[in-house]
Design a protein around this ligand. Sequence first.
Ligand code: PGA
Length: 258
Amino acid sequence: MRVPLLAGNWKMHKTVAEARELARALRCELDGAAADIVLCPPFTALAAVGEELAGSTLSLGAQNVHWEPQGAFTGEIAPPMLLELGCRYVIVGHSERRQHFGETDAGVARRTAAALAAGLSPIVCVGERLEEREAGRTEEVVTRQVRQGLGGLDLPEPARLAVAYEPVWAIGTGRPATGRDAGEVARLIRGLLADLLGAKAAETVRILYGGSVSPANMAEFMEEPDVDGGLVGGASLKSDSFAGVVRAALAVRAARTA
Ligand code: PGA
């Protein structure tokens, strides 16, 4: 069975001092939990959060990564730089990167491949915008993003890949998808991964839901057989709410295996 994966995307929040405090509190709450728990602070706080998490079961993640190991790419961060700070995970292709910074499926593919080659575990984000959903184009958009972002990957360890389904209209709006809708798209994604990677490999990839996840709604998503966790924005910025999300996910998993 796939181990649940809960990642907190802190976005452009938290100074170094604030990040340390939150990481320390989360370590107290969640160290040893039966899930892969990942904190993704801004680049400036990676080193400090890495120090706070050292020796715990919580992992460090970044919010983006470039495809080259070094070079003239002002404002970008290379895979070896993240590894040096103890990062194990990295978010790739978040809709805010696509929307505000012009990231394309082709760029997502390059970043994902570089992350994997460097030994990082990418969490690749896909999801449709509101107008695409209203036009009935969800399947088409997600299919394109998965095929173009993940097609042709060299993937000896498919379990290192995670895909987050994040409908853009659900992010930061307090209007999450329903569990059923998220479950349907997660099933679609797993089917696409089976085409791209083979059925066996596809079964090991974690698929997350993201978009207004809270302690109150996480269980609904975890009930879906193809949803293995969450990518959490707003609710990851306070220790009690992120711990609540993790506990809700684990309660569902415990009930299923009992
Ligand atoms: P949200 O953000 O939980 O605040 O909706 C999720 C994300 O953008 O990853």
